[in-house]
Design a binder for this molecule. Structure first.
Ligand code: FES
Ligand code: FES
Length: 154
């Protein structure tokens, strides 16, 4: 079926079967490969994108359900988003595989909660697994992007 999706502010036409996950459409149909395939079963968060501002697992979300929804992927942050700058400053990634999903969840968090507490960060980032264990640096980068010192709002 022919679909038109609103991705990163552009209306993009794609062909997809009705049950095709958004992740496949992004990566294979549109060559937006910043969104990663991790577990494929909704457990790791590597494939996280935002749908109308809310984090969704693109491996579990049929693209056909997203007509009229504003989809934001890591490419839509443009490379110099405050979170991306903080990620670079704190040298967050190790292998890097989980990190676009981490940044997308953090983007949704700061849009809703500009000065998050540690508990807010824990709750928002809970579903994003990092097998390299970069969690401390992720927390530091989120706080930095929010203009908080490491001890503030702990
Ligand atoms: Fe989607 Fe793991 S690849 S949650
Ligand atoms: Fe390797 Fe997170 S940086 S999985």
């Amino acid at each position: 079926m022919a679909l038109t999706l609103d991705i990163n502010g552009k209306a993009l036409a794609v062909e997809a079967t009705p049950d095709m996950p958004l992740l496949w459409v992004l990566r294979d149909g549109l060559s937006l490969t910043g969104t990663k395939y991790g577990c494929g079963v909704g457990q790791c968060g590597a494939c996280t994108v935002l749908a109308d501002g809310a984090p969704v697992r693109s491996c579990q979300t049929p693209a056909s359900t997203l007509a009229g929804v504003k989809i934001l992927t890591i490419e839509g942050l443009g490379g110099s988003h405050p979170l991306q700058q903080a990620w670079a400053k704190h040298d967050v990634p190790q292998c890097g595989y989980c990190q676009s999903g981490q940044i997308m969840s953090a983007t949704a968090l700061l849009a809703k909660t500009p000065r998050p507490t540690d508990a807010d960060i824990d709750a928002a980032m809970d579903g994003n697994i990092c097998r390299c264990g970069t969690y401390q640096r992720i927390r530091a980068a989120i706080k930095d992007a929010a203009g908080l010192t490491p001890a503030e709002n702990a």
